[in-house]
Design a protein around this ligand. Structure first.
Ligand code: ZN
Length: 317
């Protein structure tokens, strides 16, 4: 409850009043594999919708624990807002309009936009994706409270959240090809400072962080990430946990990741990519049709010409 008091206070201080206060339903606290969570829902949500949210959260916590291993549980809160509500009024700082979810370290909370109808079943993949993404952040935040631990690098935090919750989308793929063309790949250190204010820069940061995680798995094997997380849970720096999980230093990984990134997303490969062919296929079909029609016209014209040439003969018959 301390969380809401501080938010309301922040609201008064900054002139922003959390919209949720009046029309939110205080739900019970529920158990989950990541600890008990208190659920706050908009008043439009029915009891059945609330149950669906609880079930979804429970399933997703199990997914995360299965992937990364169990951790010490702790209470947290989940606030679900309607699609038109502004998340930044809940977190006390300005956020771009397109942000659909936020995870807060202290006090542990997730604020996410839910389906307008309140029903999370059937076709609500976006809600699941955003919720899972934020829950991975929540899980990772908890690794940072150990003795001697340092903040996790942004590429690892963000990359893992994207890696668990979605695939490399077409938009991300082309963002990488564009970065390759412009020589705009960031180093892992630079990804720490990429501004998330524009959707374009965020897409670049998400895509490059995701590829860093994919390459980490590709180079060191599927067990590397759970091993890094297990080392982090025992405390110490990220650099040390990385060596424990992979047998190499972050600097070694940076070099290998960079050369793979440049090889995988160069424009020549992009043009040979099945997705490109798929996009170009309608154009190829159109080009083939135009060439064929031109040839057919030519043949027709030559027939006409032949016809004209033959006509005197034809008159004879
Ligand atoms: Zn994120």
């Amino acid at each position: 409850m301390k969380y809401y008091r501080s938010l309301i206070l922040a609201g008064i201080l900054t002139g922003l009043v959390p919209l949720g206060g009046a029309n939110m339903v205080n739900s019970d606290t529920h158990e989950s594999a990541m600890g008990p969570f208190t659920l706050r829902l908009p008043a439009v949500y029915t009891r059945q919708a609330a149950d669906e949210v609880v079930q979804t959260v429970r399933q997703l916590t199990v997914v995360i624990i299965d992937l990364f291993g169990p951790q010490k549980t702790a209470p947290w809160e989940l606030v679900v807002l309607t699609g038109d509500a502004r998340i930044d009024r809940w977190v006390g700082r300005s956020l771009p309009d397109w942000v659909r979810g936020v995870a807060i370290d202290q006090p542990a909370a997730i604020i996410v936009k839910g389906p307008a109808s309140g029903s999370v079943s059937g076709g609500q993949a976006e809600f699941h994706r955003v919720l899972l993404h934020e829950m991975v952040h929540l899980y990772l935040y908890r690794l940072q409270g150990q003795p001697g631990s340092t903040p996790l690098p942004a590429w690892f935090h963000e990359g893992l959240a994207v890696h668990v919750s979605e695939q490399l989308s077409g938009a991300m793929y082309w963002a990488l090809v564009r970065a390759s063309l412009l020589g705009a790949f960031y180093t892992l250190d630079e990804l720490e400072y990429v501004a998330r204010s524009s959707i374009d820069l965020s897409l670049q940061a998400y895509a490059q962080s995701l590829v860093a995680i994919q390459e980490l798995e590709h180079i060191y094997g599927a067990q590397a990430i759970p091993d890094i997380i297990s080392a982090l849970s025992r405390g110490g720096s990220f650099e040390r946990a990385f060596i424990e999980g992979t047998g190499e230093t972050l600097a070694d990984f940076q070099v290998r990741y960079r050369s793979r990134l440049e090889a995988r997303y160069n424009i020549v490969l992009a043009l040979a990519h099945p997705r490109t062919l798929y996009l170009l296929l309608p154009l190829l079909v159109l080009a083939a049709y135009l060439i064929k029609r031109r040839r057919a016209n030519k043949i027709l014209r030559s027939w006409e010409l032949e016809g004209q040439l033959r006509r005197p003969q034809g008159d004879d018959s």
